[in-house]
Design a protein around this ligand. Structure first.
Ligand SMILES: *[C@@H]1O[C@H](CO)[C@@H](O)[C@H](O)[C@H]1NC(C)=O
Ligand SMILES: *[C@@H]1O[C@H](CO)[C@@H](O)[C@H](O)[C@H]1NC(C)=O
Length: 538
């Protein structure tokens, strides 16, 4: 990204998790972030407050005595049950914070079963063997563990939705669910502490699983840890505690800040479990903005809609304008909306018929330009719960719809312009109809510049909620762009389309307009084009 080189020494990580209070650490060089808290009392006024004493405040809260010093290098803390943690490289990634005490974090495990879907059995992090022996957990079922991220706890709405969908699973997928609540160690605005705490919480979960293994005969082969944001890395540490024997980890937009580009021992990676699937929904956009990690972290990494931001969430333009212009409301909306889509997609995938097909591709632009339209022999992959049964591995791309249900089927539109057409400027839309009903209206020029020249080929992938098998015609609309002072030379008042093709990515269906006829579309007008089930020779 172009911004990066010019801001080499000063990059900004924006952590925006709360409507009424926001935290923006300006990370200078490698260490010591300068923290700017942006506190707002309403939607209009944001007052940036520069403070470097969040950690001092935290210590004060914990111990009751104010401390004027921040964390220092070469610190080790030791606690009963979990042992010792230091902040030496590579574990100096949390601004030198070390994990807080198990008592302070007060992790709880809530066991839900199909027999008791709403009244959990609750275990403390230091639950004794006797209480574990008495639990109704069933070793013949899968054990799905849900781990939340920063500023969440057992009350977070998405957790209840995910739990409900998991408890509906049947037969070989039948599951018990444990919700991990570590909200005491994930509180706003102490992000660096929460990052450090993922190690300790992961270990606590791992030790709890060891007991379930020993006392209740639960097999690691049937344990699946599902973590959102910081929770994804926590799942990694959980599996580390049992020698990476967990069957599966699903990382839902694993947290980026303090983890991006770091060694794999401090973050989720594919060796942490037998199978690791990752959904990226809010990766770094520019200037370090974005709550999720960009790094490939699993056996399969799904970059939904490219992974940076999600359709239906406020635009990237609003985000950048908002942050740089001091209006962080838009930034908050965008970041939390896109970051949260990862669990939205996963939840929807569990009991939906829609396949969430994703395609291996070098990058998102290539995917959208139609360069990766067929599943290679190495296979495609299904995003979400069923990804474990997919053949494909590596980076996968897919488009989703902008609202729920998010899963759609992919279609590829290709529009070829006549070789003798005069050049012009503007935007070309293709609307798809079935039985006089408008199904979709996509801009094929969306990602290009405004120039439209003879022989141009526009290609665009879009997502639609059902099979477009019955499509019968398209309507092409040309919106000419008017430039002041005639910049860019003369622009024709029409475009001439020599071919239009619509292809299903999930199916073999190809629809084309007449192969030997071209269609003139005058500026600001629409022209219909019949589509038939055949493909034209090139
Ligand atoms: C931390 O400890 C290592 C070796 O134990 C030492 O080399 C290093 O200088 C120490 N760093 C600081 C900042 O004290
Ligand atoms: C498609 O969208 C464009 C831009 O919003 C609009 O001008 C055009 O009329 C639409 N086409 C149809 C057929 O609705």
């Amino acid at each position: 990204m172009r911004f990066h080189s010019s801001f080499y020494c000063l990059f900004i990580i924006v952590l925006i998790f709360s409507i009424d209070a926001r935290l923006i650490p300006l990370q200078r060089e490698i260490n010591e972030p300068l923290i700017i808290d942006v506190l707002s009392t309403n939607n209009n006024l944001n007052i940036p407050v520069i403070s470097t004493n969040n950690r001092a405040l935290q210590r004060q809260k914990e111990s009751g005595t104010p401390s004027s010093t921040g964390p220092v290098a070469n610190t080790t803390v030791c606690y009963p049950i979990v042992g010792c943690f230091d902040n030496n490289e590579p574990f100096n990634n949390a601004a030198l914070e070390v994990p807080q005490s198990p008592e302070f974090i007060n992790t709880g495990f809530l066991l839900f079963t199909q027999e008791a879907p709403t009244n959990p059995e609750i275990f403390s992090y230091d639950a004794n063997d006797e209480s574990i022996m008495k639990s109704s957990i069933n070793p013949s079922r899968w054990l799905r563990i849900i781990v939340h991220g920063f500023q969440n706890n057992r009350e977070s709405v998405w957790i209840a939705k995910l739990k409900t969908e998991l408890l509906k699973l049947k037969n070989d997928e039948k599951s018990d669910v444990i919700v991990v609540d570590w909200g005491g160690g994930a509180k706003f605005p102490f992000y660096a502490n929460a990052v450090a705490n993922t190690r300790l919480v992961g270990k606590l979960i791992g030790l709890f699983l060891k007991k379930l293994h020993k006392l209740k005969g639960i097999s690691y082969d049937k344990i699946h840890c599902i973590g959102h944001s910081l929770g994804a890395h926590t799942c990694g540490f959980t599996s580390n505690t049992v020698d990476n024997q967990l069957a599966r980890i699903s990382g839902l937009d694993p947290a980026g800040p303090f983890f991006s580009g770091k060694k794999i021992v401090v973050r989720l990676d594919k060796d942490d479990a037998k199978f690791v699937d990752v959904i990226h929904s809010n990766t770094e956009i520019a200037l370090g903005l974005g709550l999720g990690i960009t790094d490939e972290s699993g056996d399969i990494d799904f970059y939904a809609n490219g992974g940076q931001s999600q359709p239906g969430c406020p635009s990237i333009g609003a985000l950048l304008g908002g942050v740089l212009g001091g209006q962080s409301e838009a930034a908050y909306e965008q970041a939390s909306c896109s970051h949260g889509r990862a669990h939205g997609y996963f939840i929807e995938s569990i009991n939906s018929e829609c396949p969430y097909t994703a395609f291996p591709c070098h990058d998102y632009n290539s995917f959208m330009d139609g360069k990766c339209l067929v599943c290679p022999i190495s296979g495609c992959a299904q995003m979400g719960f069923y990804s474990i049964y997919s053949l494909g591995r590596g980076k996968m791309y897919l488009a989703t719809k902008s609202n729920s249900p998010f899963c759609g089927y992919h279609y590829f539109v290709e529009l070829v312009l006549d070789r003798d057409m005069a050049k012009t400027r503007g935007e070309i839309y293709v609307a798809i109809y079935s039985d006089y009903e408008l199904l979709a209206n996509v801009s094929v020029t969306e990602r290009g510049n405004d120039d439209i020249k003879a022989g141009d080929i526009f290609r665009h992938v879009f997502s639609y909620h059902t099979d477009l098998g019955k499509v019968d015609y398209a309507v092409i609309y040309f919106q000419k762009k008017i430039l002041a002072f005639g910049w860019g030379g003369p622009a024709a008042n029409e475009i001439v389309v020599s071919r239009l093709r619509l292809k299903s990515l999930e199916d073999t269906v190809v629809l084309s307009g007449r192969c030997d006829a071209s269609t003139k579309v005058a500026a600001y007008t629409s022209e219909p084009l019949l589509l038939n089930r055949f493909d034209c020779q090139d």
